[in-house]
Design a protein around this ligand. Structure first.
Ligand SMILES: [Zn+2]
Length: 239
């Protein structure tokens, strides 16, 4: 991260070069297949989604494969490792919980260099986390931010119990609970509702972010909220 921040102009240039290369090969038909690293399952020719709508569609398609058990594990081979070794140009930021069952690259059937992933307990947010989420859209033009809450979130459940019982959680866990207090107050004691409210709250906070707001107004960025079902693997949109 540090190096990328320092060399952001170089990265931006690299991003432009990649965009040009992709545009140049898009009409080359089968040649695209030869030059890229499509999984043996073979999907569409490799082109990074460049709009919020394309990015969300790509994530939805990946999640559909995950749900259906037809994953292709794109961008998970040595060719991809080499292709992104000198620069990265992910098409989305996924901000999710630390929960071990909600790994973004898995649930969206994505690979190396596809996603910026930011994870905190209950996808709670603070200035450091916001900065991490800002990096892709502000510096590399990443077109989509997805805030991903999930079913049976242990962090939200623990926070709800702590707030309900007025029992402070140990260490910095109490900071997580504090961050979820507002969602708790509007959830009528329903943890699943609290998970969804918190996810939408974070979306609304990020939409107001001063680096995001102008990009959203120009249609270059979307911040959306979604909910992951541990049971089915399905991601559904909330906001
Ligand atoms: Zn969780």
């Amino acid at each position: 991260m540090q190096n990328h921040m320092v060399d952001r102009r170089g990265l931006l240039r690299a991003g432009l070069v990649v965009g040009g290369l992709l545009a140049g090969t898009a009409s080359a038909g089968t040649a695209v297949f030869a030059q890229t690293d499509q999984p043996s399952g073979g999907t569409a020719p490799d082109q990074r989604p460049s709009t919020p709508g394309q990015a969300w569609a790509t994530l939805r398609e990946g999640n559909r494969r995950w749900v259906d058990g037809t994953v292709t594990h794109p961008h998970q081979d040595a060719a991809r490792r080499a292709a992104v070794a000198q620069k990265q140009d992910p098409f989305a930021v996924v901000f999710s919980c630390i929960d071990s069952r909600v790994a973004p690259e898995l649930v969206f059937d994505a690979g190396l260099g596809d996603l910026f992933v930011v994870r905190t307990a209950g996808q709670t947010i603070d200035p450091l986390v916001t900065g991490a989420a800002e990096y892709g859209p502000a510096e590399l033009g990443t077109p989509l931010v997805v805030v991903l809450g999930h079913q049976r979130c242990g962090a939200v459940t623990a926070a709800a119990e702590s707030l309900h019982d007025h029992k402070k959680l140990p260490g910095e866990l109490s900071t997580i609970a504090s961050s979820l207090r507002s969602a708790y107050k509007r959830s009528d004691g329903d943890v699943d509702k609290m998970i969804r409210i918190n996810t939408v709250d974070v979306v609304n906070q990020l939409k107001k972010d001063k680096l995001f707001a102008p990009r959203i107004a120009k249609g270059k960025l979307k911040v959306i909220g979604a909910y992951y079902s541990i049971d089915t693997g399905e991601v559904t949109r909330l906001a």
